[in-house]
Design a protein. Structure first.
Length: 376
C-alpha cells in the first residue's frame, strides 16, 4: 500500500522554502509539524531531524557534493539540490537509514518531481558519496577545514578565534554539533518548580533540574508540546539556559524599568518581566513590579511584568540556536558595523505561545550565513 504522505517530500518542501525562498526555518517547520500532527511520532521526528540536520550541516554537505558531482551545487536545479542535500545528510549522519534506501528514495522523489531525466545523475552522485564518504578529504587550510567540518562561515571563525583563540573556538564548535535536551523555564510567578515537575510527570514527561539554574528543566518523553496542558496554560516557556542566564545577570530590582533594545520576539524580556514580579513580591510591594520595554522593528512593545504580555520564548543562545527569526544570523557584535543578514526581523505571532513545537533540543541552522555582515 502506497503511503499518502512521503516524509522526504515534506523535508524537500521545507528545504525549498528556507534555502530558495528565504523562509524562516523554525516557522515553516513548525507549521509543517502542526499540519502533519497526525503522523506517527517517529515520522515527525524523521522530518525534523533531516530538515534541521541538513540546514545545520549545509556548508559541509555542499562541500561533499562538490567533490562527487561534476555539476557544482550552486548550478544545480533547486529541486535536485534539495534532494541531494538531504540525502547526503542521511548518508553521513543517520546510520539507521540504509544507504540503498537513501539512494532509492532520492531517485523516486526526483522522478515524482518531474526530473526523470536526472534520475541516473542523482543515483550516481549518491552511490559515489555513499561509497567514498568515509575517506573524504577536508580542506588542508586550517580555517577552511574548520569551516567545512563544523559548517561555520569563515567570518564567524575569524571573530571567534580573535576573541577566544583557536582551541576554545573548536571546543565551542564541537559542542554545537552535539545533541542537547530541550530546556524549559518554569514561570515561577504562576507555578512552583516542584508543582510543575509533578504536573509534567502526570502528563508522562520526564524532567530534570538543570545544574546551572534551579528553575530550568530539561524535559523528554513528550510527543507534542502543544498537547501538554502545562504548556497551553503557560506554566513554562521553551528557552535555552544560555538565554535564561541573561535574565540572571540583569538581576532587575523591584520597580526597575528595563529596556531590551534587541527583543525579537522577546523571550528574555518576558523572563526579566517575571524576575521583576518576583522581586516586587519579595520586597512586599507587588504593585511596584516595574516595567519592561522590548524593541521590535519600528516600535516598542511595553509590558508591566507579565500582566501585559504573555508568550513562550523561541530563544536559545543568540547565534547558533533558534532565536527571533529562527536562522543562525547572529546578533550585533560591538566593533562590527551593520548587522547580520536577517537580524531583527520578527512578527507579532512570534510573541504567542506557538514556539514549543519548533524546539527539538538541536542547534539551529546555517542556511543564510555564507555572506559577510551587511555593511562590510
Amino acid at each position: 500500500m502506497t503511503k499518502s504522505v512521503n516524509e522526504r517530500e515534506i523535508v524537500l518542501a521545507v528545504l525549498m522554502e528556507v534555502t530558495e525562498k528565504g523562509a524562516y526555518s523554525h516557522q515553516i517547520l513548525g507549521d509543517v509539524l502542526a499540519k502533519y500532527q497526525y503522523l506517527e511520532k517517529r515520522e515527525r521526528a524523521f522530518i525534523t531531524r533531516v530538515t534541521e540536520g541538513t540546514l545545520e550541516h549545509l556548508i559541509e554537505i555542499d562541500y561533499i557534493l562538490d567533490q562527487f558531482s561534476k555539476v557544482k551545487v550552486r548550478k544545480m536545479k533547486p529541486v535536485i539540490r534539495g534532494i541531494l542535500r538531504s540525502s547526503v545528510y542521511q548518508l553521513k549522519y543517520m546510520d539507521s537509514v540504509p544507504d540503498r534506501a537513501v539512494c532509492s528514495e532520492a531517485v523516486k522523489l526526483a522522478v515524482k518531481k518531474g526530473f526523470s531525466g536526472l534520475k541516473g545523475y542523482v543515483n550516481g552522485v549518491l552511490r559515489t558519496a555513499a561509497r567514498e564518504l568515509p575517506g573524504i578529504a577536508y580542506p588542508s587550510d586550517r580555517k577552511q577545514e574548520m569551516s567545512v567540518r563544523y559548517s561555520c562561515p569563515e567570518w564567524i571563525l575569524d571573530l571567534w578565534q580573535q576573541e577566544y583563540g583557536e582551541a576554545k573556538t573548536e571546543i565551542m564548535l564541537r559542542s554545537l554539533q552535539e545533541e542537547h535536551p530541550l530546556t524549559i523555564r518554569c514561570c515561577r510567578n504562576r507555578i512552583s518548580v516542584e508543582e510543575l515537575r509533578s504536573r509534567l510527570e502526570e502528563e508522562g514527561v520526564k524532567s530534570e533540574i538543570h545544574p546551572y539554574l534551579p528553575y530550568a528543566l530539561s524535559i523528554s518523553g513528550y510527543d507534542y508540546l502543544e498537547g501538554l496542558e502545562t504548556f497551553r496554560e503557560g506554566f513554562f516557556a521553551v528557552q535555552d539556559v544560555s538565554s535564561m542566564l541573561v535574565g540572571e545577570l540583569a538581576a532587575p530590582r523591584a520597580g526597575a524599568q528595563v529596556l531590551d533594545v534587541c527583543a525579537a520576539p522577546g523571550g528574555k524580556s518576558l523572563h526579566v518581566a517575571e524576575e521583576l514580579i518576583l522581586a516586587a513580591e519579595a520586597s512586599g510591594s507587588p504593585e511596584n513590579c516595574g516595567m519592561v520595554e522590548g524593541g521590535l522593528p519600528g516600535r516598542l512593545c511595553s509590558g508591566s511584568g507579565m500582566d501585559r504580555e504573555s508568550g513562550s520564548c523561541t530563544g536559545r543562545s543568540a547565534l547558533f540556536r533558534p532565536g527571533g527569526n529562527g536562522q543562525k544570523t547572529g546578533p550585533e557584535i560591538p566593533g562590527i558595523p551593520g548587522r547580520y543578514p536577517g537580524a531583527g526581523r520578527s512578527s507579532e505571532k512570534d510573541l504567542k505561545l506557538r514556539t514549543g513545537l519548533r524546539k527539538t533540543g538541536r542547534r539551529s541552522h546555517v542556511q543564510h550565513l555564507y555572506g559577510q555582515p551587511c555593511g562590510k
